[in-house]
Design a protein. Structure first.
Length: 275
């Protein structure tokens, strides 16, 4: 690349594009002082026209092709916050943005009454089939401590094992990953019920449930589009069932119903609990 060149960055995901965008567009002082430290990129290319598909981050010196829509009002975290309730978010490094930045509709800053904890992902292996437990036990330790404290009214927790180990295509490791999550979620369920709480166990996409490509017979390493499970754990719901045609938009209203809270008009989903 040389002075006067133009770049059109087609990637529309904001989380994996900010770093390289900054490397191309930040001036030398800004790059030198970037959080986490930058690699040796050489000098900034002068008069570089850098266009991005979407706004990866506020304040980047780029031309945005498609501006983002306005923030969604009254999303789950914001709504719970507006009612003065406390919430707790926890994940390991690999999925920490998913329970914070993404869950809050691309907001970096937490809402008031929102506490966060991150368990560091291991950096001693090159791929997670070599450590399928990942940091699940560390997450669980933090979550159990929070449950015992009784401070949080809503806890949002992510276990990355099924996804990250699923991407390796190693079946034996995926089995170990699922066993680990099963053990950890069991501890969280037990602690929650002991405190009189309820749980929703679900996912936003599949992966490790299909580890073999049916066409090639080789490893399957990508996400799947199968329906995901949704399990509600609440002793007081004996005799009630869940609707069978649910969608991800229904999870927040279902959580609010379990909390005994009204559902804001902005939420178009419906509670999944049948009367």
């Amino acid at each position: 690349m040389k002075e006067g060149d133009a770049v059109i960055f087609f990637n529309y995901r904001g989380d994996r594009t900010r770093e390289i965008t900054k490397a191309f567009t930040f001036d030398d002082d800004a790059w030198k002082n970037i959080e986490g430290g930058g690699f040796d990129r050489g000098g900034k290319i002068d008069n570089l026209y850098f266009a991005t598909m979407t706004a990866y981050q506020t304040g980047l010196p780029v031309k945005v092709i498609f501006e983002k829509r306005a923030k969604m009002p009254n999303i789950l975290g914001e709504y719970v916050c507006s009612l003065g309730l406390n919430q707790f978010r926890c994940a390991e490094t690999e999925k920490y943005p998913h329970v914070t930045f993404f869950f809050n509709d691309y907001r970096d800053e937490p809402f008031s009454h929102e506490d966060r904890e991150m368990a560091p992902s291991t950096r001693t292996v090159s791929t997670y089939d070599q450590a399928p437990e990942m940091s699940a036990h560390e997450i669980t330790e933090k979550v159990l401590k929070e449950i015992e404290s009784g401070v949080a009214d809503l806890l949002i927790v992510n276990y990355a094992n099924g996804d990250m180990v699923g991407h390796t295509g190693v079946l034996e490791a995926a089995i170990k990953a699922v066993e680990t999550v099963d053990e950890c979620v069991g501890q969280v369920v037990e602690a929650t019920l002991k405190k009189g709480g309820s749980l929703i166990v679900t996912a936003d996409h599949g992966n490790c449930e299909q580890m073999i490509d049916p066409e090639t017979g080789g490893p399957h390493t990508a996400h799947t589009t199968y329906d995901v499970p949704l399990i509600v754990v609440e002793p007081g719901l004996d005799g009630r069932t869940l609707k069978s045609d649910g969608r991800l938009a229904d999870i927040a209203p279902t959580a609010l119903e379990l909390l005994g809270l009204p559902i804001p008009a902005e939420m178009t989903g419906q509670p999944l609990l049948k009367l």
